[in-house]
Design a protein around this ligand. Structure first.
Ligand SMILES: [Mn+2]
Length: 332
């Protein structure tokens, strides 16, 4: 994105924030730290601007994100009775269905603002700010603050929300999207009062017993294939039942095998009640978003995923292995 486009788009967003009266804000379904952190920041900012807003998240918020300031303002899994919002802000949604069943809200809106950092976007908004070089949508929202004519800065609570988005999307500043800009924004967020001790304690230094047991079971089931370039972990419904765990408790597991020298692609295949969901991670040269796209999913070069309904676990596992095999065979 050129500098000019960026300036103009940020100016258009600020104009829309000032012109709008009643806002609807949502991130993507199964909200992560970035999605929720940005949603909460926008709600708080709009409240400061004297605007009415309705924030929505579906289907539920993970226990590690419940500390986020202002979370009580998010309507979890509850759509508004009347979809009469003049302005809709969708964050992290590469297409208009990513935020949930929002079509009536979107159709009634005068202005749709689409802010995202994913590689591919449908550009369904009246205003689209898509920057795939940004580590996170939180990074973009901070830049939006910096572009404010009124020199608005995030409050400490908003900074905590944005820092959470930045830190989780960069994998604690370990992934390749940890750019100089990402670190500059992180530093600026700390300067305005982000509570990083709280964030780190809750998100990174807390793990329930069951989650650790599930990690153990997953590592036990890890298999290396195709000259050890592909790691595959399959968690069946039985695995979850045996531990009293849910598929939501698998965060971080898929990244573990990429530590093994030689592993290029890691998959975590989960049998959920109504679907098979797959997380993918790459170590170096493979773009796993392309593999995910093959199955109707998406994501980033090194972190992607997809979901399949109506197919058997073995079939999904087999078809994925075929696609991965073709990709990793080319790597020397
Ligand atoms: Mn994100």
């Amino acid at each position: 994105m050129t500098q000019l486009t960026r300036e103009k788009t940020f100016a258009a967003i600020w104009q829309a924030l000032k012109n709008g009266k009643k806002f609807f804000i949502a991130g993507h379904q199964n909200p992560d730290g970035d999605s929720l952190g940005c949603t909460l920041t926008m709600v708080s900012l709009l409240t400061r601007l004297g605007k009415e807003s309705y924030a929505y998240a579906t289907p539920a918020v993970g226990s590690d994100l419940k500390f986020l300031p202002g979370l009580q303002q998010v309507h979890v899994d509850t759509l508004p009775e009347k979809p009469d919002f003049d302005t809709v802000i969708l964050l992290e949604c590469s297409d208009r269905t990513r935020g949930g069943n929002l079509e009536s809200v979107l159709q009634n809106a005068k202005t749709i603002i689409n802010i995202d950092h994913h590689l591919i976007s449908d550009e369904y908004g009246d205003i689209n700010y898509i920057d795939s070089s940004a580590s996170s949508t939180a990074e973009i929202i901070f830049q939006l603050f910096e572009a404010s004519e009124d020199n608005l800065l995030p409050t400490p609570e908003e900074a905590t929300c944005l820092y959470t988005g930045l830190e989780t999307d960069t994998g604690r500043f370990l992934h390749s999207n940890t750019t100089a800009e990402a670190l500059r924004v992180a530093s600026a967020l700390v300067a305005v009062g982000a509570d990083i001790d709280k964030i780190n304690q809750v998100i990174y230094f807390t793990k329930p017993y069951i989650d650790l047991k599930l990690l153990g079971r997953a590592l036990e089931k890890m298999e290396l294939r195709f000259d050890n370039k592909y790691s595959q972990i399959v968690l069946t419904r039985r695995d979850f039942e045996a531990l009293g765990a849910t598929p939501a408790q698998t965060q971080g597991i898929v990244s573990q095998p990429t530590m093994i020298p030689g592993v290029e692609v890691s998959s975590l295949i989960k049998e959920e009640p109504d679907k098979i969901s797959v997380n993918l991670r790459a170590r170096n040269s493979v773009d796993v978003s392309k593999i995910a796209q093959h199955f109707g999913g998406g994501g980033h070069a090194r972190a992607a995923g997809f979901k399949v309904s109506g197919k058997a676990l073995e079939d999904v596992t087999g078809e994925l292995a075929e696609v991965v095999k073709n990709v990793v065979q080319k790597i020397q």
